[in-house]
Design a protein around this ligand. Structure first.
Ligand SMILES: Nc1ncnc2c1ncn2[C@@H]1O[C@H](COP(=O)(O)OP(=O)(O)OP(=O)(O)O)[C@@H](O)[C@H]1O
Ligand SMILES: [Mg+2]
Length: 509
């Protein structure tokens, strides 16, 4: 099947009286990698969902090939060769990779039993052709984020998609995995597939996109070939300005830190063995001083997630000592730890946010009923307003359901809650996993500024990030985790190549 041209013809999508996408025009063509960029809430996911039949237009038409996509359903879209990989994974955690692949597209034998063997054969053939390798018999919840991502793409290919629309596929990947993904996408495009990718990483646009569409407040404000040279094309700086509708944010200024500052966060001999007997954390030692920002780099799956969970108190099997100031947290509950240690877990969507609750409730989740005797009463309304303002959460309506906010604004809620509740000064620490994952340029700058401000006020900060540029920009010191251990400490002046080598366990050249 040839890959279809997808054309959005004056497409509008409203939610109630809010217009998420407004009279958008866009053409996605075979053979190209088409980047779609814009601020959080600009309408990128909505645009992709319209193109993939997940949402029906309120006005206008989506054309796949020559004909309108009708009915506007994912089943019809996939029948016409259009598949979407969502911003948040849509996999059943308890199923194997192969079962997830087959879900809804099962080959059935004459007596109605699932034909696992032929499904496996077909999946393996696609994996071999595209390089999207996934352990097919592993239970999905044991897969790394990168593997789950590949599984999602494999799933749409398995259903025969020739147009593949990916919503922030690289937000959860390490730089190396992201490069691999683009190699796969390029191969698919060269083979005639239609590829669209939503991303906040503008360096990816520069390196991989043939064409770029910029959305701003629901409108397509720019659609151009990206690039390399020539009239009518767009380049880096102009792209940032088109996205923001104005000048780029001020660069981050790392707060100064006294060399002899007091130790605030002390982790000693933190170890964790999982249910299968695997050692996930091996005697991790880390001290973070007052006002210090320490970055943790590492290839995904080397213990970073377990470290964050153990610090939050979510791994009861963890041994070792965790202290903040003179308070030993090791034996304290998740709730009790929160008073001095703010944690943002890696998967905000699963663990950080209640989709069905309001923005306001999410912003004060965990603060209610948490006051000790004698402490001033918690002013819920004031905290909600302050957190919404400080973190520029859009729409600034505490009564909205959190699940209706764009991905980046959901992220801001989680960060706001973790940072804003901490007492300033040398008695608190914050541990933030992937703080700007999926967040637009402006919001990332705002989150970075809030982290800098927290450090400047004396809070000890740990950041775990797959984005090495982010770590180099923010941290006073970068430590590298490998196989559950901290193996090296580097200065932020180290190059990405040097940090990358340490992550892989290679000797410096
Ligand atoms: N189901 C819904 N109900 C109400 N409003 C919605 C719904 N889905 C999206 N919106 C709103 O539409 C706007 C566009 O959302 P969309 O998810 O398309 O943004 P986005 O560009 O993908 O942002 P991000 O980069 O943060 O993922 C947002 O203001 C969002 O709150
Ligand atoms: Mg989105």
């Amino acid at each position: 099947m040839d890959a279809p041209v997808i054309r959005l013809d004056a497409v509008t999508r409203r939610f109630g009286d809010f217009t998420a996408v407004s009279a958008a025009e866009a053409t996605l063509s075979p053979g190209e990698i088409h980047a779609i960029v814009g601020e959080n809430g600009a309408g990128k996911s909505t645009l992709l969902k319209l193109a993939a039949g997940v949402l029906a237009p309120s006005a206008g038409r989506v054309l796949v090939g020559d004909d309108a996509l009708s009915p506007a359903t994912p089943a019809e879209a996939i029948r016409r060769g259009v598949g979407m990989v969502h911003q948040h994974f849509m996999l059943v955690a308890a199923f194997t990779a192969l079962e997830n692949l087959m879900l809804g597209a099962e080959p059935v034998r004459s007596w109605g039993r699932l034909d696992l063997a032929s499904a496996r054969e077909k999946a393996q053939a696609i994996a071999d052709r595209t390089g999207l390798q996934v352990p097919l018999d592993a239970v999905t919840e044991t897969l790394s984020v990168g593997e789950r991502q590949r599984l999602e793409i494999l799933r749409v290919l398995y259903r025969g998609a020739r147009a593949i629309l990916l919503d922030e596929p690289t937000a959860v990947l390490s730089p190396l995995e992201a490069d691999e993904l683009y190699t796969t996408l390029r191969a698919l495009a060269d083979d005639g597939a239609t590829i669209a990718v939503v991303t906040h990483r503008l360096d990816e646009v520069a390196r991989f996109a043939d064409r770029v569409t910029v959305m701003r407040r629901g409108k397509v404000v720019l659609a151009r070939p990206y690039a390399r040279a020539g009239a009518g094309e767009i380049r880096g700086g102009d792209l940032t300005r088109a996205i923001m509708g104005g000048e780029p944010p001020l660069p981050f200024a790392r707060p100064a830190m006294a060399k002899d500052a007091a130790i605030v966060l002390e982790i000693k001999g933190l170890s964790l063995t999982d249910a299968g007997g695997q050692r996930r954390l091996r005697a991790v030692d880390l001290t973070v001083r007052q006002g210090e920002i320490v970055g943790i780099a590492g290839i995904e799956g080397n213990g970073q997630s377990e470290l964050v969970r153990a610090l939050a108190g979510l791994e009861p099997g963890a041994t070792g000592r965790v202290a903040v100031g003179d308070r030993d947290l090791s034996r304290l509950s998740v709730r009790a730890r929160r008073a001095s240690l703010g944690v943002v877990l890696e998967d905000r969507h699963e663990e950080g946010l209640c989709q069905e609750a309001t923005v306001g409730d999410n912003l004060v989740l965990g603060d209610l009923g948490d006051r000790r005797d004698g402490a001033p009463a918690f002013d819920e309304a004031a905290a909600i307003t302050r957190r919404m303002q400080r973190f520029d959460i859009h729409p600034a309506d505490p009564a909205r359901l959190a699940g209706e906010l764009s991905g980046g604004n959901q992220q801001k809620i989680v960060i706001a809650r973790a940072l804003d509740r901490l007492p300033r000064g040398p008695r608190s620490a914050a541990v933030l996993a992937q703080p700007t994952r999926g967040v637009d340029v402006g919001a990332a700058a705002a989150i970075h500024a809030a982290i800098g401000e927290a450090a400047a006020s004396g809070i000890a900060v740990v950041i775990i990030s797959a984005d090495l540029a982010e770590l180099r920009k923010l941290a006073h010191r970068i430590v590298v985790m490998r196989r559950g251990e901290i193996v090296q400490s580097l200065s932020p002046e180290a190059t990405e190549t040097e940090i990358g080598r340490a992550m892989l366990g290679q000797e410096a050249a």
